[in-house]
Design a protein around this ligand. Structure first.
Ligand SMILES: C[S@@+](CC[C@H](N)C(=O)[O-])C[C@H]1O[C@@H](n2cnc3c(N)ncnc32)[C@H](O)[C@@H]1O
Length: 214
């Protein structure tokens, strides 16, 4: 179930169609193999955020096949670097192949591992974090990531409304109860955190934008 009217989403996608350049093959592959990647409208939103923020050091949690990492490499400042973390062996191998075959490969560092263990060990600071790994663990990921986030930096969290379940009890499936409870805690935490401003946007499956003041 989508959180927006289907006709609105279909209309927005119809005007974006054809805009994915050489990465369209990867989007098709993901769609045909049920691999969840960013929606076309979230993709455009991230492109604009990267341009407006001029982020130079980017961190992504949840690489899958490397699609969003490549999109970010294409959209960001030509000097920007991207570190992306993936826990699953099969996804990591596909991402490695897709990234190494791409002209932006030198700017992307792909790390295999659980973001919960990898992020605390990173010794760089970031301007932009894209949170797109296990949805039930966003709060832990966020707390680790903001320790590495520069002032003026942003965290973008995808799927935060979780097919609308986060906003309405009647929509919750039994098996998603824990994720929904955790996502509500997460949104409550980031929306009321001193020194940060958060906006929850009902774009696609819900996107939260958190800005670190200072
Ligand atoms: C929604 S997909 C990422 C899609 C990708 N960002 C894109 O838009 O092209 C989520 C990915 O996060 C990975 N993942 C889940 N939990 C993780 C964790 N704890 N650490 C690293 N990766 C994780 C999953 O294996 C999956 O490939």
């Amino acid at each position: 179930m989508n959180i927006n009217y289907d006709y609105i989403e279909e209309y927005i996608r119809s005007i974006l169609k054809g805009g994915y350049g050489e990465l369209s093959r990867l989007r098709d592959y993901a769609n045909n193999n049920n691999i969840p990647i960013i929606s076309p409208e979230v993709e455009q939103f991230i492109r604009i955020l990267l341009k407006v923020s001029d982020a130079k050091n980017i961190l992504e949690l949840g690489t899958a096949i490397g699609y969003s990492a490549l999109i970010m490499a294409e959209a960001a400042n030509p000097d920007a670097k991207i570190t992306t973390i993936e826990v699953r062996d099969d996804m990591y191998e596909m991402a490695k192949e897709n990234i190494s075959a791409n002209k932006y490969s030198k700017r992307i560092r792909l790390i295999k591992g659980d973001a919960k263990e990898v992020v605390p060990k990173l010794n760089e600071r970031y301007d932009f974090v894209f949170l797109d790994a296990a949805k039930g663990h966003y709060l832990g990921f966020f707390k680790d990531c903001i320790k590495k986030l520069n002032y003026g930096g942003i965290v973008v969290s995808d799927n935060v409304l979780y097919r609308g379940m986060v906003a309405k009890d009647e929509l919750i499936n039994k098996r998603d109860k824990t994720i929904v409870r955790r996502m509500r805690n997460y949104l409550d935490y980031i929306s009321n955190l001193d020194g940060y401003i958060t906006s929850v946007i009902p774009l696609c499956d819900g996107v939260a934008l958190t800005y670190k003041e200072g």
